[in-house]
Design a protein. Structure first.
Length: 557
Protein backbone atom coordinates (compact mmCIF):
# COMPACT_ATOMS: atom_id res chain seq x y z
CA UNK A 1 0.00 0.00 0.00
CA UNK A 2 1.25 3.49 -0.91
CA UNK A 3 0.17 6.68 0.92
CA UNK A 4 0.27 10.16 -0.68
CA UNK A 5 1.64 12.58 1.90
CA UNK A 6 1.71 15.81 -0.11
CA UNK A 7 0.82 17.14 -3.60
CA UNK A 8 2.26 20.43 -4.94
CA UNK A 9 0.43 21.43 -8.13
CA UNK A 10 2.60 24.49 -8.70
CA UNK A 11 5.83 22.49 -8.92
CA UNK A 12 4.08 19.29 -10.03
CA UNK A 13 5.55 17.16 -7.27
CA UNK A 14 4.11 14.32 -5.20
CA UNK A 15 5.43 12.85 -1.93
CA UNK A 16 4.50 9.20 -1.16
CA UNK A 17 5.54 6.66 1.49
CA UNK A 18 5.23 2.89 1.73
CA UNK A 19 6.32 -0.03 3.89
CA UNK A 20 10.06 -0.45 3.92
CA UNK A 21 11.40 -1.91 0.67
CA UNK A 22 8.00 -1.76 -1.02
CA UNK A 23 9.04 1.29 -3.04
CA UNK A 24 11.55 -0.91 -4.82
CA UNK A 25 8.61 -2.89 -6.10
CA UNK A 26 7.36 0.31 -7.77
CA UNK A 27 10.80 1.23 -9.10
CA UNK A 28 11.57 -2.11 -10.66
CA UNK A 29 8.09 -2.65 -12.10
CA UNK A 30 7.76 0.83 -13.68
CA UNK A 31 9.23 1.54 -17.09
CA UNK A 32 9.07 5.38 -17.03
CA UNK A 33 11.57 6.66 -14.47
CA UNK A 34 13.96 8.82 -16.45
CA UNK A 35 14.40 12.55 -15.94
CA UNK A 36 16.15 15.43 -17.62
CA UNK A 37 15.79 17.47 -14.42
CA UNK A 38 18.31 15.41 -12.42
CA UNK A 39 22.07 15.63 -12.83
CA UNK A 40 23.23 12.35 -14.42
CA UNK A 41 26.15 12.22 -11.96
CA UNK A 42 23.66 11.81 -9.12
CA UNK A 43 22.22 8.55 -10.49
CA UNK A 44 23.12 5.01 -9.29
CA UNK A 45 22.64 1.73 -11.19
CA UNK A 46 20.75 -1.08 -9.48
CA UNK A 47 20.10 -4.63 -10.72
CA UNK A 48 17.16 -6.71 -9.52
CA UNK A 49 18.34 -10.14 -8.38
CA UNK A 50 16.27 -13.26 -7.86
CA UNK A 51 18.11 -15.50 -5.36
CA UNK A 52 17.44 -18.68 -3.45
CA UNK A 53 16.66 -18.41 0.23
CA UNK A 54 19.21 -17.81 2.95
CA UNK A 55 21.63 -15.49 1.22
CA UNK A 56 22.52 -13.86 4.55
CA UNK A 57 25.15 -11.22 3.74
CA UNK A 58 22.67 -9.44 1.38
CA UNK A 59 19.86 -8.90 3.91
CA UNK A 60 20.30 -5.08 3.76
CA UNK A 61 19.35 -5.22 0.07
CA UNK A 62 16.36 -7.52 0.46
CA UNK A 63 13.12 -6.44 -1.25
CA UNK A 64 10.49 -8.20 0.82
CA UNK A 65 7.63 -7.02 -1.35
CA UNK A 66 9.04 -8.99 -4.31
CA UNK A 67 10.16 -12.07 -2.33
CA UNK A 68 8.16 -15.30 -1.98
CA UNK A 69 8.40 -18.60 -0.11
CA UNK A 70 11.18 -20.05 -2.32
CA UNK A 71 13.07 -16.99 -3.56
CA UNK A 72 14.26 -13.65 -2.26
CA UNK A 73 14.52 -10.45 -4.35
CA UNK A 74 17.55 -8.21 -3.89
CA UNK A 75 18.61 -4.85 -5.32
CA UNK A 76 22.19 -5.07 -6.46
CA UNK A 77 24.10 -1.71 -6.43
CA UNK A 78 26.55 -1.98 -9.28
CA UNK A 79 28.69 0.90 -7.94
CA UNK A 80 29.11 -0.84 -4.58
CA UNK A 81 32.65 -2.21 -4.16
CA UNK A 82 31.29 -5.49 -2.71
CA UNK A 83 29.30 -6.07 -5.87
CA UNK A 84 31.47 -4.40 -8.48
CA UNK A 85 30.97 -7.29 -10.91
CA UNK A 86 28.30 -9.83 -11.53
CA UNK A 87 30.89 -12.57 -10.88
CA UNK A 88 30.95 -11.58 -7.25
CA UNK A 89 27.26 -12.38 -6.81
CA UNK A 90 26.17 -15.63 -5.16
CA UNK A 91 25.69 -18.52 -7.55
CA UNK A 92 22.08 -18.92 -6.56
CA UNK A 93 21.26 -15.34 -7.75
CA UNK A 94 20.12 -14.43 -11.25
CA UNK A 95 19.89 -10.79 -12.55
CA UNK A 96 16.41 -9.81 -13.68
CA UNK A 97 16.45 -6.06 -14.48
CA UNK A 98 18.84 -3.07 -14.22
CA UNK A 99 17.56 0.45 -13.46
CA UNK A 100 18.95 3.97 -12.79
CA UNK A 101 18.03 5.29 -9.36
CA UNK A 102 18.90 8.78 -7.99
CA UNK A 103 21.00 8.94 -4.92
CA UNK A 104 19.17 9.02 -1.61
CA UNK A 105 18.42 12.50 -0.18
CA UNK A 106 16.56 12.99 3.10
CA UNK A 107 13.33 14.98 3.06
CA UNK A 108 10.61 15.67 5.61
CA UNK A 109 7.40 13.71 5.31
CA UNK A 110 5.81 15.06 8.49
CA UNK A 111 2.87 16.30 6.43
CA UNK A 112 -0.87 15.75 6.48
CA UNK A 113 -2.13 12.43 5.24
CA UNK A 114 -3.34 12.32 1.65
CA UNK A 115 -5.42 9.89 -0.41
CA UNK A 116 -3.96 6.42 -0.84
CA UNK A 117 -2.77 5.34 -4.28
CA UNK A 118 -1.95 1.93 -5.59
CA UNK A 119 1.18 1.03 -7.46
CA UNK A 120 -0.79 0.87 -10.72
CA UNK A 121 -2.45 4.27 -10.65
CA UNK A 122 0.79 5.93 -9.57
CA UNK A 123 2.60 4.29 -12.47
CA UNK A 124 -0.09 5.56 -14.82
CA UNK A 125 -0.08 9.18 -13.59
CA UNK A 126 3.57 9.83 -12.69
CA UNK A 127 6.55 10.32 -14.87
CA UNK A 128 9.87 10.89 -13.13
CA UNK A 129 10.78 10.43 -9.51
CA UNK A 130 13.19 12.96 -7.99
CA UNK A 131 14.53 11.34 -4.85
CA UNK A 132 13.63 8.83 -2.24
CA UNK A 133 14.86 7.86 1.20
CA UNK A 134 14.19 6.01 4.42
CA UNK A 135 11.75 7.75 6.83
CA UNK A 136 11.27 6.26 10.18
CA UNK A 137 11.18 2.71 11.23
CA UNK A 138 9.68 0.50 8.57
CA UNK A 139 8.87 3.26 6.05
CA UNK A 140 10.37 4.42 2.75
CA UNK A 141 9.57 7.75 1.09
CA UNK A 142 9.61 8.89 -2.52
CA UNK A 143 9.33 12.35 -4.15
CA UNK A 144 7.86 12.21 -7.66
CA UNK A 145 7.36 14.82 -10.37
CA UNK A 146 4.93 14.62 -13.28
CA UNK A 147 4.65 16.38 -16.56
CA UNK A 148 1.54 17.85 -18.18
CA UNK A 149 1.06 15.97 -21.45
CA UNK A 150 2.43 17.95 -24.39
CA UNK A 151 4.19 20.53 -22.21
CA UNK A 152 7.74 19.17 -22.29
CA UNK A 153 8.60 20.55 -25.73
CA UNK A 154 6.71 23.79 -24.93
CA UNK A 155 8.69 24.47 -21.77
CA UNK A 156 11.99 23.46 -23.39
CA UNK A 157 11.37 26.18 -26.01
CA UNK A 158 11.03 28.82 -23.25
CA UNK A 159 7.26 29.19 -23.41
CA UNK A 160 4.63 28.77 -20.71
CA UNK A 161 2.39 25.72 -20.72
CA UNK A 162 -0.85 25.04 -18.88
CA UNK A 163 -4.39 23.82 -19.09
CA UNK A 164 -6.97 25.83 -21.03
CA UNK A 165 -9.18 26.04 -17.92
CA UNK A 166 -9.76 24.29 -14.60
CA UNK A 167 -12.14 21.71 -16.04
CA UNK A 168 -10.22 20.95 -19.22
CA UNK A 169 -7.37 18.52 -19.96
CA UNK A 170 -6.42 20.48 -23.10
CA UNK A 171 -3.14 22.35 -22.79
CA UNK A 172 -1.98 25.66 -24.27
CA UNK A 173 1.54 26.80 -25.10
CA UNK A 174 1.84 30.57 -24.67
CA UNK A 175 4.84 32.87 -25.11
CA UNK A 176 6.15 34.42 -21.88
CA UNK A 177 5.22 38.07 -21.19
CA UNK A 178 7.50 40.52 -22.93
CA UNK A 179 9.96 42.06 -20.54
CA UNK A 180 9.56 45.43 -22.21
CA UNK A 181 5.79 45.31 -21.76
CA UNK A 182 6.18 44.49 -18.09
CA UNK A 183 8.64 47.33 -17.66
CA UNK A 184 6.28 49.68 -19.52
CA UNK A 185 3.40 48.56 -17.32
CA UNK A 186 5.44 49.27 -14.19
CA UNK A 187 6.35 52.72 -15.52
CA UNK A 188 2.71 53.53 -16.31
CA UNK A 189 1.50 52.39 -12.88
CA UNK A 190 4.27 54.35 -11.17
CA UNK A 191 3.47 57.48 -13.21
CA UNK A 192 -0.23 57.26 -12.38
CA UNK A 193 0.55 56.78 -8.69
CA UNK A 194 2.90 59.76 -8.71
CA UNK A 195 0.32 61.91 -10.53
CA UNK A 196 -2.40 60.97 -8.03
CA UNK A 197 -0.07 61.75 -5.14
CA UNK A 198 0.85 65.16 -6.58
CA UNK A 199 -2.82 65.93 -7.35
CA UNK A 200 -3.83 65.05 -3.79
CA UNK A 201 -1.01 67.21 -2.46
CA UNK A 202 -2.03 70.20 -4.62
CA UNK A 203 -5.70 69.84 -3.63
CA UNK A 204 -4.76 69.61 0.05
CA UNK A 205 -2.61 72.75 -0.21
CA UNK A 206 -5.37 74.66 -2.06
CA UNK A 207 -8.02 73.62 0.46
CA UNK A 208 -5.76 74.66 3.33
CA UNK A 209 -4.92 78.02 1.70
CA UNK A 210 -8.61 78.61 0.94
CA UNK A 211 -9.56 77.80 4.52
CA UNK A 212 -6.80 80.03 5.86
CA UNK A 213 -7.83 82.90 3.57
CA UNK A 214 -11.52 82.51 4.50
CA UNK A 215 -10.62 82.39 8.17
CA UNK A 216 -8.63 85.61 7.79
CA UNK A 217 -11.53 87.34 6.00
CA UNK A 218 -13.96 86.11 8.64
CA UNK A 219 -11.81 87.60 11.39
CA UNK A 220 -11.48 90.92 9.53
CA UNK A 221 -15.23 90.91 8.93
CA UNK A 222 -15.92 90.22 12.59
CA UNK A 223 -13.57 93.02 13.71
CA UNK A 224 -15.20 95.48 11.29
CA UNK A 225 -18.72 94.64 12.48
CA UNK A 226 -17.67 94.85 16.14
CA UNK A 227 -16.10 98.29 15.63
CA UNK A 228 -19.33 99.52 14.07
CA UNK A 229 -21.47 98.03 16.85
CA UNK A 230 -19.22 99.56 19.50
CA UNK A 231 -20.05 103.01 18.14
CA UNK A 232 -23.70 102.04 17.75
CA UNK A 233 -24.28 100.47 21.18
CA UNK A 234 -25.96 103.54 22.73
CA UNK A 235 -28.61 103.68 20.02
CA UNK A 236 -31.53 101.42 19.26
CA UNK A 237 -32.33 98.67 18.24
CA UNK A 238 -31.26 96.18 20.90
CA UNK A 239 -28.42 93.72 20.49
CA UNK A 240 -29.19 90.07 21.35
CA UNK A 241 -27.02 86.99 21.73
CA UNK A 242 -27.57 83.81 19.76
CA UNK A 243 -28.82 82.13 22.93
CA UNK A 244 -31.45 84.90 23.21
CA UNK A 245 -32.63 84.09 19.67
CA UNK A 246 -33.10 80.43 20.60
CA UNK A 247 -35.24 81.40 23.58
CA UNK A 248 -37.43 83.91 21.72
CA UNK A 249 -38.05 81.50 18.80
CA UNK A 250 -38.53 78.37 20.93
CA UNK A 251 -35.41 76.76 19.42
CA UNK A 252 -36.40 78.03 15.93
CA UNK A 253 -39.66 76.11 16.02
CA UNK A 254 -41.89 78.03 13.53
CA UNK A 255 -40.38 78.73 10.13
CA UNK A 256 -42.03 81.65 8.29
CA UNK A 257 -40.01 81.31 5.09
CA UNK A 258 -36.54 81.10 3.64
CA UNK A 259 -34.42 82.38 0.79
CA UNK A 260 -30.83 82.81 -0.32
CA UNK A 261 -30.17 85.03 2.73
CA UNK A 262 -31.31 82.39 5.24
CA UNK A 263 -34.48 81.57 7.16
CA UNK A 264 -37.12 83.66 8.98
CA UNK A 265 -38.63 82.33 12.23
CA UNK A 266 -41.51 83.57 14.32
CA UNK A 267 -40.52 84.73 17.79
CA UNK A 268 -41.62 86.74 20.77
CA UNK A 269 -39.66 89.33 22.73
CA UNK A 270 -39.61 89.44 26.53
CA UNK A 271 -42.30 92.15 26.54
CA UNK A 272 -44.68 89.95 24.50
CA UNK A 273 -44.11 91.68 21.15
CA UNK A 274 -44.25 89.31 18.18
CA UNK A 275 -41.18 89.39 15.97
CA UNK A 276 -39.79 87.92 12.78
CA UNK A 277 -36.23 86.68 13.33
CA UNK A 278 -34.19 86.49 10.11
CA UNK A 279 -31.15 84.22 10.58
CA UNK A 280 -28.51 85.15 8.02
CA UNK A 281 -27.10 81.89 6.69
CA UNK A 282 -24.95 83.67 4.12
CA UNK A 283 -23.77 87.26 4.00
CA UNK A 284 -21.26 89.41 2.16
CA UNK A 285 -17.60 89.01 3.05
CA UNK A 286 -17.00 92.48 4.48
CA UNK A 287 -20.27 92.71 6.45
CA UNK A 288 -21.45 95.79 4.54
CA UNK A 289 -25.03 94.57 4.02
CA UNK A 290 -25.44 93.68 7.70
CA UNK A 291 -24.04 97.06 8.79
CA UNK A 292 -26.29 98.83 6.24
CA UNK A 293 -29.36 97.10 7.54
CA UNK A 294 -28.65 97.83 11.20
CA UNK A 295 -27.43 101.41 10.78
CA UNK A 296 -30.12 102.42 8.27
CA UNK A 297 -33.18 100.84 9.84
CA UNK A 298 -32.12 101.88 13.32
CA UNK A 299 -32.72 105.49 12.30
CA UNK A 300 -36.03 104.98 10.48
CA UNK A 301 -39.40 105.52 12.10
CA UNK A 302 -42.18 105.55 9.53
CA UNK A 303 -45.53 103.81 9.29
CA UNK A 304 -44.65 102.43 5.85
CA UNK A 305 -41.16 101.12 6.75
CA UNK A 306 -40.78 97.92 8.76
CA UNK A 307 -39.26 98.49 12.18
CA UNK A 308 -36.03 96.79 13.19
CA UNK A 309 -36.46 95.67 16.81
CA UNK A 310 -33.03 94.16 17.31
CA UNK A 311 -30.13 92.28 15.85
CA UNK A 312 -27.60 89.56 16.70
CA UNK A 313 -23.87 89.64 15.96
CA UNK A 314 -22.56 86.73 18.02
CA UNK A 315 -19.21 86.15 16.27
CA UNK A 316 -20.22 84.87 12.80
CA UNK A 317 -23.82 84.12 13.83
CA UNK A 318 -25.92 87.05 12.65
CA UNK A 319 -29.61 87.81 12.63
CA UNK A 320 -32.06 90.69 12.21
CA UNK A 321 -35.22 90.99 14.32
CA UNK A 322 -38.18 92.80 12.72
CA UNK A 323 -41.68 93.56 13.82
CA UNK A 324 -43.94 90.67 12.86
CA UNK A 325 -45.97 91.05 9.64
CA UNK A 326 -48.85 88.50 9.74
CA UNK A 327 -49.75 88.80 6.04
CA UNK A 328 -46.16 88.30 4.85
CA UNK A 329 -45.12 89.91 1.54
CA UNK A 330 -47.08 91.56 -1.28
CA UNK A 331 -45.61 88.99 -3.69
CA UNK A 332 -47.88 86.33 -2.18
CA UNK A 333 -51.05 88.20 -3.21
CA UNK A 334 -50.31 89.70 -6.62
CA UNK A 335 -48.72 86.63 -8.27
CA UNK A 336 -50.85 83.81 -6.80
CA UNK A 337 -54.26 85.24 -5.96
CA UNK A 338 -56.08 81.92 -6.24
CA UNK A 339 -53.84 80.15 -3.71
CA UNK A 340 -53.56 82.97 -1.17
CA UNK A 341 -57.18 82.68 -0.02
CA UNK A 342 -57.54 86.49 -0.18
CA UNK A 343 -57.98 88.61 -3.32
CA UNK A 344 -56.86 92.22 -3.02
CA UNK A 345 -59.40 94.59 -4.54
CA UNK A 346 -58.41 97.56 -6.71
CA UNK A 347 -59.00 100.04 -3.92
CA UNK A 348 -56.74 98.04 -1.57
CA UNK A 349 -54.09 97.83 -4.30
CA UNK A 350 -54.24 101.63 -4.69
CA UNK A 351 -53.83 102.11 -0.93
CA UNK A 352 -50.86 99.76 -0.92
CA UNK A 353 -49.32 101.64 -3.87
CA UNK A 354 -49.77 104.98 -2.06
CA UNK A 355 -48.32 103.55 1.18
CA UNK A 356 -45.21 102.22 -0.58
CA UNK A 357 -44.76 105.55 -2.38
CA UNK A 358 -44.95 107.44 0.92
CA UNK A 359 -42.41 105.08 2.46
CA UNK A 360 -39.95 105.65 -0.40
CA UNK A 361 -40.57 109.41 -0.26
CA UNK A 362 -39.69 109.32 3.46
CA UNK A 363 -36.44 107.48 2.70
CA UNK A 364 -35.54 110.06 0.07
CA UNK A 365 -36.65 113.24 1.91
CA UNK A 366 -37.64 112.53 5.52
CA UNK A 367 -34.31 111.46 7.09
CA UNK A 368 -31.20 113.44 7.91
CA UNK A 369 -29.51 111.65 5.03
CA UNK A 370 -31.14 110.41 1.87
CA UNK A 371 -31.53 106.63 1.89
CA UNK A 372 -31.50 104.84 -1.48
CA UNK A 373 -33.05 101.39 -1.13
CA UNK A 374 -31.93 99.82 -4.48
CA UNK A 375 -34.13 96.71 -4.04
CA UNK A 376 -37.79 97.79 -4.27
CA UNK A 377 -39.83 94.74 -5.34
CA UNK A 378 -42.98 92.87 -4.17
CA UNK A 379 -40.98 90.44 -2.03
CA UNK A 380 -39.63 93.33 0.06
CA UNK A 381 -43.06 94.90 0.69
CA UNK A 382 -44.54 93.37 3.85
CA UNK A 383 -48.21 93.65 4.90
CA UNK A 384 -49.41 94.06 8.48
CA UNK A 385 -52.70 92.80 9.93
CA UNK A 386 -54.63 95.57 8.07
CA UNK A 387 -52.73 95.06 4.79
CA UNK A 388 -50.81 98.28 5.30
CA UNK A 389 -47.50 98.06 3.38
CA UNK A 390 -44.08 98.35 4.97
CA UNK A 391 -40.79 98.47 3.07
CA UNK A 392 -38.18 95.97 4.31
CA UNK A 393 -34.70 94.61 3.53
CA UNK A 394 -32.18 97.45 3.48
CA UNK A 395 -29.15 95.26 2.84
CA UNK A 396 -28.36 97.01 -0.46
CA UNK A 397 -29.20 100.52 0.74
CA UNK A 398 -26.82 103.47 0.39
CA UNK A 399 -26.75 106.77 2.27
CA UNK A 400 -26.03 110.12 0.67
CA UNK A 401 -26.65 113.78 1.39
CA UNK A 402 -29.88 115.36 0.17
CA UNK A 403 -27.99 117.76 -2.07
CA UNK A 404 -26.03 114.95 -3.74
CA UNK A 405 -27.28 114.45 -7.30
CA UNK A 406 -25.36 111.24 -8.06
CA UNK A 407 -24.16 108.19 -6.17
CA UNK A 408 -20.91 106.39 -6.95
CA UNK A 409 -21.22 102.63 -7.39
CA UNK A 410 -18.59 100.04 -8.23
CA UNK A 411 -21.08 97.46 -9.49
CA UNK A 412 -24.79 97.02 -10.15
CA UNK A 413 -27.03 96.18 -7.21
CA UNK A 414 -30.64 95.09 -7.00
CA UNK A 415 -32.85 92.39 -8.55
CA UNK A 416 -33.10 91.73 -12.28
CA UNK A 417 -36.31 93.20 -13.73
CA UNK A 418 -36.37 96.06 -11.22
CA UNK A 419 -32.91 97.60 -11.76
CA UNK A 420 -32.89 101.00 -13.48
CA UNK A 421 -30.99 101.29 -16.80
CA UNK A 422 -28.45 103.81 -15.43
CA UNK A 423 -27.34 101.27 -12.80
CA UNK A 424 -26.08 99.10 -15.68
CA UNK A 425 -24.86 101.86 -17.97
CA UNK A 426 -24.01 105.50 -17.26
CA UNK A 427 -25.09 106.33 -20.83
CA UNK A 428 -28.62 106.73 -19.44
CA UNK A 429 -27.55 109.12 -16.66
CA UNK A 430 -26.19 109.08 -13.14
CA UNK A 431 -27.28 106.68 -10.42
CA UNK A 432 -29.44 108.55 -7.92
CA UNK A 433 -32.67 108.30 -5.91
CA UNK A 434 -34.44 108.19 -9.32
CA UNK A 435 -33.22 104.56 -9.53
CA UNK A 436 -35.69 103.68 -6.75
CA UNK A 437 -38.42 105.48 -8.74
CA UNK A 438 -37.80 103.13 -11.67
CA UNK A 439 -38.03 100.05 -9.40
CA UNK A 440 -41.28 101.38 -7.94
CA UNK A 441 -42.72 101.80 -11.46
CA UNK A 442 -41.99 98.13 -12.21
CA UNK A 443 -43.64 97.20 -8.90
CA UNK A 444 -46.80 99.12 -9.92
CA UNK A 445 -46.98 97.36 -13.29
CA UNK A 446 -46.81 93.97 -11.55
CA UNK A 447 -49.53 95.00 -9.09
CA UNK A 448 -51.82 96.02 -11.98
CA UNK A 449 -51.17 93.03 -14.23
CA UNK A 450 -50.67 90.30 -11.65
CA UNK A 451 -47.66 89.03 -13.57
CA UNK A 452 -43.92 89.49 -13.37
CA UNK A 453 -42.60 92.22 -15.60
CA UNK A 454 -40.39 89.83 -17.60
CA UNK A 455 -43.41 87.77 -18.77
CA UNK A 456 -44.99 88.22 -22.21
CA UNK A 457 -48.64 88.98 -22.84
CA UNK A 458 -50.95 86.52 -24.57
CA UNK A 459 -50.59 86.41 -28.37
CA UNK A 460 -47.77 88.97 -28.30
CA UNK A 461 -44.84 86.66 -29.14
CA UNK A 462 -41.72 88.10 -27.52
CA UNK A 463 -43.12 91.58 -26.84
CA UNK A 464 -41.89 93.12 -23.58
CA UNK A 465 -44.91 93.43 -21.27
CA UNK A 466 -44.50 97.12 -20.18
CA UNK A 467 -44.18 98.12 -23.85
CA UNK A 468 -47.22 96.02 -24.73
CA UNK A 469 -49.33 97.62 -21.99
CA UNK A 470 -48.14 101.10 -23.05
CA UNK A 471 -49.34 100.54 -26.62
CA UNK A 472 -52.69 99.18 -25.36
CA UNK A 473 -53.13 102.23 -23.11
CA UNK A 474 -52.34 104.68 -25.91
CA UNK A 475 -54.80 102.95 -28.25
CA UNK A 476 -57.43 102.65 -25.48
CA UNK A 477 -57.62 98.89 -25.98
CA UNK A 478 -58.52 96.28 -23.40
CA UNK A 479 -55.48 95.42 -21.27
CA UNK A 480 -56.93 92.07 -20.16
CA UNK A 481 -57.41 93.11 -16.52
CA UNK A 482 -60.14 91.85 -14.16
CA UNK A 483 -62.29 94.99 -13.72
CA UNK A 484 -65.70 94.86 -12.02
CA UNK A 485 -66.70 98.56 -12.00
CA UNK A 486 -65.77 101.84 -13.65
CA UNK A 487 -63.98 102.83 -10.46
CA UNK A 488 -61.80 99.71 -10.78
CA UNK A 489 -61.03 100.73 -14.36
CA UNK A 490 -60.04 104.27 -13.28
CA UNK A 491 -57.77 102.94 -10.52
CA UNK A 492 -56.11 100.45 -12.90
CA UNK A 493 -55.56 103.16 -15.51
CA UNK A 494 -54.17 105.61 -12.93
CA UNK A 495 -51.72 103.02 -11.55
CA UNK A 496 -50.64 102.13 -15.08
CA UNK A 497 -50.04 105.76 -16.12
CA UNK A 498 -48.03 106.49 -12.95
CA UNK A 499 -46.00 103.32 -13.50
CA UNK A 500 -45.15 104.37 -17.06
CA UNK A 501 -43.99 107.77 -15.80
CA UNK A 502 -41.74 106.04 -13.27
CA UNK A 503 -40.06 103.66 -15.75
CA UNK A 504 -38.84 106.31 -18.20
CA UNK A 505 -35.41 105.26 -19.46
CA UNK A 506 -33.66 108.51 -18.53
CA UNK A 507 -33.63 109.47 -14.79
CA UNK A 508 -34.34 113.13 -15.54
CA UNK A 509 -37.66 112.12 -17.15
CA UNK A 510 -38.90 110.34 -14.03
CA UNK A 511 -40.88 112.22 -11.36
CA UNK A 512 -39.65 112.34 -7.74
CA UNK A 513 -41.60 110.21 -5.27
CA UNK A 514 -43.38 113.29 -3.86
CA UNK A 515 -44.91 113.90 -7.29
CA UNK A 516 -45.77 110.21 -7.56
CA UNK A 517 -47.75 110.42 -4.32
CA UNK A 518 -49.62 113.46 -5.66
CA UNK A 519 -50.49 111.62 -8.89
CA UNK A 520 -51.77 108.59 -6.98
CA UNK A 521 -53.84 110.65 -4.56
CA UNK A 522 -55.15 113.03 -7.24
CA UNK A 523 -57.77 112.51 -9.92
CA UNK A 524 -57.43 111.12 -13.41
CA UNK A 525 -58.13 114.54 -14.95
CA UNK A 526 -54.66 115.76 -13.95
CA UNK A 527 -52.91 112.78 -15.56
CA UNK A 528 -51.79 112.35 -19.14
CA UNK A 529 -50.02 109.46 -20.75
CA UNK A 530 -46.22 109.97 -20.77
CA UNK A 531 -43.99 109.61 -23.77
CA UNK A 532 -43.00 106.13 -24.79
CA UNK A 533 -40.51 105.02 -22.14
CA UNK A 534 -38.80 102.51 -24.44
CA UNK A 535 -35.67 103.03 -26.51
CA UNK A 536 -37.29 101.87 -29.74
CA UNK A 537 -39.65 104.86 -29.66
CA UNK A 538 -37.61 107.53 -27.88
CA UNK A 539 -36.78 109.57 -30.93
CA UNK A 540 -40.43 109.74 -32.03
CA UNK A 541 -41.68 110.99 -28.70
CA UNK A 542 -39.11 113.57 -27.56
CA UNK A 543 -41.57 116.44 -28.13
CA UNK A 544 -44.15 115.01 -25.70
CA UNK A 545 -41.92 114.38 -22.70
CA UNK A 546 -42.92 115.69 -19.27
CA UNK A 547 -46.25 117.03 -20.61
CA UNK A 548 -48.21 116.19 -17.46
CA UNK A 549 -45.64 116.63 -14.69
CA UNK A 550 -45.60 120.38 -15.32
CA UNK A 551 -49.18 120.55 -13.99
CA UNK A 552 -48.04 119.30 -10.56
CA UNK A 553 -46.69 121.46 -7.77
CA UNK A 554 -42.91 121.36 -7.45
CA UNK A 555 -41.43 119.22 -4.71
CA UNK A 556 -37.79 119.79 -3.76
CA UNK A 557 -35.56 116.77 -4.47
Amino acid sequence: MLIVKNIDYEYQTLAIVADKNCLWNLLFTSSNFTSSRINPDSWNLYTLLNCSKKVGYMEDYLISCLSDAEHDAFRFPIDDEKFSTVDMLPVSCQPIKTISVPRLYPFNLNLLSAPQLTKNNISEKLGTYISYGYYGEGWDGLNLVWYVPGCIDCERSGNNCGYRDNNSSETLCLPPPHKGSKRQHVIIVSSIGTLLLLTSLVITIKVYCSWKSKRKLDLENEIKVEKFLEKYKYLKPTRYSYADLKRMTGQFKENLGQGGYGCVYKGMLANGTLAAVKILKSFDIDGEEFINEVSTMGKIHHVNVVRLLGFCADRLKRALIYEFMPHESLEKYIFSKSSSGYILGWEKLQNIAIGVARGIEYLHQGCDQRILHFDIKPHNILLDQNFNPKISDFGLAKLCSKGQSAVSMTNARGTMGYIAPEVFSRNFGNVSYKSDVYSYGMLLLEMVSGRKNNNTADNTSQVYFPEWIYKRLCQEEDMGLELQTDEDANIAKKLTIVALWCIQWYPMDRPPMGSVVQMLEGSMENLTIPSNPFISSLSANKDTKNSSITNLSAIPE
